[in-house]
Design a protein around this ligand. Structure first.
Ligand code: CA
Length: 198
């Protein structure tokens, strides 16, 4: 009987994962500022645009064998990040969405560190010779949202920029606690529209 219940639980989990993956796929057509938000594009051994900052991270089969996602695991903290710049905000509110599932006791935090131009202007720099980040933008601080729901779900929360003059950001996905987190189909959208130089 115990074995039969265990099988039922596994079936229900995979059904839930399928529903989340399918529904999140529907929103992936919407306009978003992030690149490679489903971890489907590889640049060599790593996913394009994403950086593994620390901890145990694998990019590969997640919801099911054919759907690539970020799997953050191990007994300690694990972090991946993506930078986005330059852009011009029309408002302070940004909507962050992601498909997430975590083991019990694990938390996933989506941190956004906002940056402004080093001269305080909100002008969009464009140059082939030097990147936005090489120009030494100034950090405006970090805003974060998190989830510890152990059932597969779609995170949907708002994050505010400290100022509308922000011109760059770094999104960091931080897994805390011993266990595994799967993150996929991440979108970051201004509530109105990005007016970006990217
Ligand atoms: Ca995916």
């Amino acid at each position: 009987m115990g074995e039969r219940n265990a099988v039922r639980r596994i079936v229900r989990l995979w059904e839930a994962l399928f529903v989340v993956a399918t529904s999140v796929g529907a929103i992936s057509c919407a306009r978003t500022a992030l690149v490679n938000r489903g971890f489907d594009i590889e640049c060599g051994a790593t996913p394009c645009e994403w950086t593994v900052v620390e901890g145990e991270v694998s990019i590969g089969p997640s919801w099911h064998p054919n759907d690539t996602g970020a799997v953050l695991s191990g007994s300690r903290r694990a972090v991946i990040s993506q930078r986005l710049a330059p852009f011009k905000l029309s408002g302070r509110e940004v909507q962050i969405q992601a498909a997430v599932v975590v083991d019990p006791g694990v938390t996933v935090r989506f941190e956004i560190e906002w940056y402004s131009n080093s001269d305080g202007s909100s002008a969009i720099w464009q140059s082939d010779d030097i990147t936005y980040w090489q120009r030494g933008p100034v950090s405006l601080g970090v805003r974060a949202v998190s989830t510890d729901e152990s059932k597969a779900h779609r995170l949907n929360k708002l994050v505010s920029s400290p100022t509308v003059t922000a011109t760059g950001l770094e999104l960091r996905i931080v897994k805390e606690g011993a266990g595994r987190a799967i993150v996929d189909e991440i979108s970051l959208r201004e509530l109105y529209a990005w007016s970006e130089g990217i």
